[in-house]
Design a protein around this ligand. Structure first.
Ligand code: NAD
Length: 326
């Protein structure tokens, strides 16, 4: 099939696959995220105009990267998906319109901080932590149980003997990130590009002693398997996870109107620098689980949530530099 595709499309896909490999598998990106996002948006635009060119192996159809061979593989019974991105309030209003068209006008959202880390899944059996995994390519991840055990904020035993799979973001607090890069610079080791790559590089270590030294943390925000009939909303799920003693980010907020969503975004755009961990956007989620089911998923991401991404910092600093030089 590939011969029939325009050369530019083939080149674009190759380039994106190379960058994805460097980012997800090697934890060592060679270009800023804004450059990756620019190429990805170009590919999406071409494929939107020519849906006949979409193939299952296109970067637009895939989640994350392949698991490293050195780790035992873990299959996710419920796939760990990515998120659709938007970059403006207009695009958020389009998302809201699509949601309302599908489920009607009675919609509430939960706004959460988009933590700049990597997605992990934690399985507890009879209340005991038995398995920790990366998202990998969404279906198959890596077994990083021993590394996750070194994260001090994660309970190894829950207060109830329940079976549950919870998901969230493992991250490196800003202070740990700065300290780590300082040490690496003193030892003439390559620096991590950002806290996300540092967290991923630290958790995907074969020696858990290295992960232990890196002071990682986790916030949980969803579950793969959690049978509690009384939970009807995403906000209720967050409360239930918190009641189990698992760390949940305290800033999540239920919003009843898009105005409240925009206010939340403005508030945390301002507070962002003062937070002790990195965030790269705001995630907006439909609160009702019935409505989430009605909306369903695409191959890559749920239709009931969206990430509003902050403008890329690299671009912001370039713009500032231009302003200063004029
Ligand atoms: P993503 O980072 O845009 O968003 C999805 C992820 O957000 C989820 O998997 C989850 O881990 C995370 N998340 C954080 N807080 C969350 C919350 N409260 N609720 C739900 N999810 C939350 O998607 P992605 O597919 O992991 O990665 C795409 C990003 O990676 C883009 O920003 C892209 O620029 C970057 N990237 C960069 C390069 C490069 O070469 N620089 C290559 C590949 C990808």
């Amino acid at each position: 099939m590939e011969e029939q595709l325009p050369q530019h499309l083939i080149d674009l896909r190759r380039q994106l696959n190379k960058y994805s490999y460097e980012y997800y598998v090697e934890d060592n990106p060679s270009v800023p995220d804004s450059e990756y996002d620019r190429l990805m948006n170009e590919l999406i635009a071409i494929e939107t105009d020519h849906p006949e060119w979409i193939t299952p192996d296109s970067p637009t159809q895939r989640v994350g990267g392949e698991p490293l061979k050195a780790f035992t593989k873990v299959t996710h019974d419920v796939p760990m998906l990515s998120l659709g991105d938007v970059f403006s309030e207009e695009e958020l209003l389009d998302f809201d319109r699509r949601v309302r068209q599908a489920v009607g006008d009675e919609v509430a959202y939960v706004c959460e901080l988009k933590i700049d880390g990597l997605a992990v899944s934690l399985t507890y059996e009879q209340g005991k932590f038995v398995l920790g995994a990366t998202r990998g390519n969404g279906t198959i991840g890596e077994d990083i149980t021993n590394n996750l055990k070194t994260v001090r904020t994660l309970p190894l035993v829950l207060p109830e003997p329940i079976d549950i799979e919870v998901r969230g973001e493992a991250y490196m607090p800003k202070k740990s990130f700065e300290k780590l890069n300082e040490e690496r610079s003193q030892n003439d080791e390559p620096l991590f590009a950002n806290p996300r790559n540092a967290a991923a590089g630290s958790l995907r270590q074969l020696d858990p002693k290295i992960s232990a030294k890196r002071r990682l943390s986790v916030f949980l925000y969803s579950s793969g398997q959690f049978d509690r009939e009384k939970i009807k909303t995403h906000y209720g799920l967050l409360e239930a996870i918190r009641e189990l003693g698992l760390p949940v980010n305290p800033e999540s907020r239920r919003c009843r109107t898009m105005q409240e969503v925009f206010d939340y975004i403005r508030e945390f755009t301002e507070k962002r620098d003062a937070l002790p961990y990195g965030i790269d956007g705001i995630v907006v989620k439909v609160d009702s689980m019935d409505q989430q089911r009605q909306l369903g998923n695409t191959v890559k991401s749920p239709r009931w949530m969206i990430a509003y991404k902050f403008p890329a910092e690299e671009v912001v600093s370039t713009l500032e530099a231009i302003e200063i030089s004029v």
